[in-house]
Design a protein around this ligand. Structure first.
Ligand code: ATP
Length: 187
């Protein structure tokens, strides 16, 4: 599971998901779209349905990556533990991995019902090459992986949309097309 707001999904997200899948030989990486990213209240520019459609467009041609609407189906806002529990119900025999950047992993102690997450999933902490690897707090089963980190962020992309700078190669062509078709991120 690789969760995010994906507003919009960009090549940094895809490079991470593809490399984690390769390094750990995972069957599948689910890009789980946050329905209501309440921690980002006020900054989310597009609906959950549009963000899901962008993720679907981004992964359509990528083997082993899949867009997940699990948190949209549940509605409201989801805690990671609820999402992992649902994945456990759907895939009783699967080993579950939770992919997080070092920055996100640093916030783990503040998570809701974190001990349930520890039970449900192996943590995958992703760091950029050469960066100091973050060690999760006690209690976690974890893997640490170095993955190239492209200097692109959704926040910067939204700013680029609004003042007309090019998006080419920062988001994939199908995502750019979808954004145009749906008239997303217009100033
Ligand atoms: P924003 O700039 O709006 O905060 P974001 O891309 O950082 O957007 P999310 O869409 O929520 O935010 O990110 C989902 C996950 O992708 C998070 O775990 C985040 O750490 C990770 N991520 C964000 N940017 C990159 C990047 N350039 N390379 C790899 N992983 C990234």
């Amino acid at each position: 599971m690789f969760g995010g707001t994906f507003d919009p999904i960009h090549v940094g997200h895809l490079v991470t998901a593809i490399n984690v899948r390769h390094s750990l030989s995972l069957d599948q990486v689910l890009l789980v779209v946050a329905n209501d990213p309440w921690q980002k209240a006020g900054t989310v520019a597009t609906s959950a349905a549009d963000r899901l459609a962008m993720v679907e467009a981004a992964v359509a041609e990528v083997p082993g990556l899949e867009a997940s609407d699990i948190e949209l189906q549940r509605g409201d806002h989801s805690y990671t533990t609820d999402t992992l529990s649902e994945l456990r119900r759907r895939h009783a025999n699967a080993q579950l991995f939770l992919i997080l950047g070092s920055d996100a992993a640093a916030g783990l102690p503040t998570w809701e019902r974190v001990e349930e997450v520890q039970e449900l999933a192996t943590l995958v902490v992703v760091t950029r090459p050469g960066a100091e690897a973050m060690t999760p707090p006690a209690g976690w089963t974890y893997e640490r992986l170095e993955v190239p980190r492209l200097e692109v962020s959704s926040t910067d992309l939204r700013a680029r949309f609004s003042d007309g700078r090019p998006l080419d190669y920062l988001v994939t062509a199908p995502v750019q097309r979808l954004i145009r078709e749906r008239g997303l991120y217009l100033p």
